[in-house]
Design a protein around this ligand. Structure first.
Ligand code: DGT
Ligand code: CA
Ligand code: CA
Ligand code: ZN
Length: 576
């Protein structure tokens, strides 16, 4: 049988096809169709395999008959004839050359036809040897520019974690807000929307005096390179290669600009369509009547939405996943907020790989306003993390009981464990141990690359165990570069619902697992969600904000997240 491709691999095939069509000089329409479907598939919370089995491929946004057939072919055979035909004309390596700034499809084809260049290293070698300058339309200047772009490409790390970008953004913005003439400023773009990975930082400031602000911005100590400096927009690069754009707009236009630069692009497109239906055009500056007439300026974002007959939409929802329809019907969910959180159910202490004692963690949790916590150290087979033998687990119980007695009633402290789901599928403690623990979290840390059937069966075994309450970071992804395990999420969700096992949104910015799309789907199925920080030290608790943003992106209401429940409700749920 052919190897089964997962969603991501299929998305990659379509992206490569889009690049190849671009190199061929195909019409933009056709290229975009592949580009869009690749993006949709990449973010799809369901397996294409499962959708195909239900004959629902054509229900995916942007997938018509032709694309549905191509997906089926890829699923059934692991291959695509259309791709192989294209590859006869356009070597797939050539696609990579397009990533070099200043090399478009025409140039790439020219280099390929004249010099046989089909990779970035080959292009670099040719440029260094001075072979590009004599080609038609080229010169020594454009040759040098290509070399420069190749160097820049190597320096640019792709997307960064949300916490990295957020910290950098705050550090850049804070001193600017102190400058004279600054009325207001915000982080916009994907950081404001709380995406788990960030391409670049977008900052926005309201002021009538942009020049001194721009001057201060480009000379911020964290800036390593100035990419551009203008009156309305400046761009800089930071040490880690991260780019930051700052725009300064007049205060009376601030709302329109903030809405535009918060995005997402797709959300903006929907807003513009809605404006057009109302006889208005909308850009980053203002609404303008299509029939002509004076601009309508919006100083604040709610005014922008009001102009479109909508309530203000929280940034985390602005991904064109149906939020505008909900807003229009007045049924946007009341999204969970940090202040709704009463508990953290996953954290580590010096008993395993944490840095602080049970008592220290309790102290910090109470300082942060929590009313109950679960200490969940690692279990015995995770030797690298000093996992607990049954004997040590019993000794820890004494200590946790003592701390609980000390902190009650303002903070309750329960004993849990983060139990390994072992590589062979067995659980790390017997039922005789699990039954006396207050809370059991089961997690995969090893064997994440096992074949789908095997890794899924392990997780299902844990979900079905009546003592297991929560599955920790269910998919096992690490941001930005470890792919999730190849789990059959339909089966996982089905079992979690059946056995009333909660699934975690692990709030660590390295994980954010479940991700927004999967958490949304789980909650829609009635599965309970836990948002936990997995703290290993005092700073770990600050991760809560990322977990909450992910939960908000999933459209979660407070009651759908068990960490918002009273301790009585929580204990009642555990007993069930
Ligand atoms: P990123 O940087 O890749 O993590 O994602 P964003 O969403 O921050 O994207 P970015 O930095 O390219 O642009 C910031 C916002 O500006 C984006 O969310 C929407 C708006 N924007 C940028 N380019 C366009 C465009 O071509 N059309 C529309 N409608 N909006 C755009
Ligand atoms: Ca951005
Ligand atoms: Ca940007
Ligand atoms: Zn943990």
């Amino acid at each position: 049988m052919a190897q089964t491709l997962n969603n991501r691999q299929i998305a990659d095939v379509f992206d490569t096809i889009a690049d190849m069509l671009q190199l061929k000089g195909e019409i933009i329409h056709r290229i975009l169709a592949y580009r869009r479907v690749a993006e949709t598939i990449r973010e799809l919370p369901r397996d294409l395999r499962a959708l195909a089995a239900e004959d629902k491929l054509n229900e995916i946004d942007g997938v018509g008959k032709v694309l549905a057939e191509k997906i089926s072919e890829l699923l059934e055979t692991g291959e695509l004839r259309f791709y192989h035909e294209l590859a006869q004309e356009i070597p797939p390596g050539l696609v990579e050359v397009l990533r070099v700034n200043g090399v478009g499809p025409k140039k790439a084809m020219l280099f390929y036809k004249e010099l046989g260049i089909a990779s970035i290293p080959a292009l670099e070698a040719a440029a260094q040897a001075g072979k590009l300058r004599n080609l038609s339309g080229m010169g020594s200047k454009s040759e040098a520019k290509i070399l420069e772009s190749i160097t820049a490409l190597a320096r640019r790390t792709n997307r960064v974690r949300l916490d990295t970008a957020w910290a950098a953004a705050e550090k850049l913005l804070r001193p600017l807000l102190q400058l004279p003439g600054v009325i207001q400023g915000d982080i916009a773009g994907s950081v404001r929307r709380g995406k788990s990975t960030i391409g670049d930082i977008d900052l926005l400031i309201a002021s009538y005096q942009p020049l001194p602000i721009m001057e201060a911005f480009v000379h911020h100590p964290d800036v390593t390179r100035i990419l551009g400096q203008g009156e309305t927009k400046s761009s800089v690069e930071l040490e880690n290669g991260l780019q930051c754009d700052l725009r300064v707009v007049p205060p009376e236009r601030y709302g329109t600009a903030l809405s535009y630069f918060t995005g997402s692009k797709d959300h903006n497109t929907r807003l513009r369509e809605r404006a057009r239906d109302r006889g208005l055009s909308l850009n980053e500056w203002a609404f303008t009547p299509l029939e002509g007439g004076a601009e309508v300026l919006c100083a604040s974002e709610p005014e922008v939405y009001a102009q479109l007959g909508l309530p203000w939409i929280p940034p985390e929802l602005r991904e064109d996943r149906g939020e505008i329809d909900l807003a229009a019907q007045g049924i946007l969910p009341r999204l969970i907020e940090i202040k709704d959180i009463r508990a953290d159910l996953h954290m580590h202490t010096t008993w395993s790989d944490g840095k602080l004692s049970v008592r220290d963690m309790a102290w910090i949790a109470r300082e942060r306003g929590l009313s109950y916590i679960v200490i969940s150290d690692h279990s015995q087979s995770l030797g690298v993390a000093n996992g607990l033998s049954v004997e040590r687990l019993r000794a820890q119980r004494e200590e946790i009981r003592a701390v609980d007695a000390e902190f009650a009633p303002s903070l309750r402290v329960f004993q849990g464990v983060e139990m390994e789901i072992r590589a062979d599928g067995s659980l790390d403690y017997g039922d005789d141990v699990l039954e006396w623990l207050d809370v059991v979290i089961a997690s995969l840390h090893s064997g994440l690359r096992q074949p789908r059937e095997q890794v899924t069966a392990r997780l299902l075994n844990a979900i079905r165990n009546p003592h297991v309450d929560i599955i920790g970071h269910p998919r096992g992804q690490m941001i930005p570069d470890r792919e999730p395990a190849d789990l059959d999420m339909d089966a996982v969700f089905g079992a979690a619902r059946e056995h009333d096992t909660a699934l975690e949104i692990n709030a660590s910015p390295y994980r954010l697992d479940l991700d927004d799309a999967h958490a949304r789907r789980a909650a829609e199925m009635g599965i309970k969600i836990a948002v936990n920080t997995d703290s290993h030290n005092g700073d770990g608790f600050t991760a809560l904000r990322y977990g909450i943003m992910t939960a908000r992106r999933a459209g979660l209401r407070p009651e759908e997240v068990i960490n918002t429940w009273s301790v009585e409700s929580f204990l009642a749920w555990l007993r069930q």
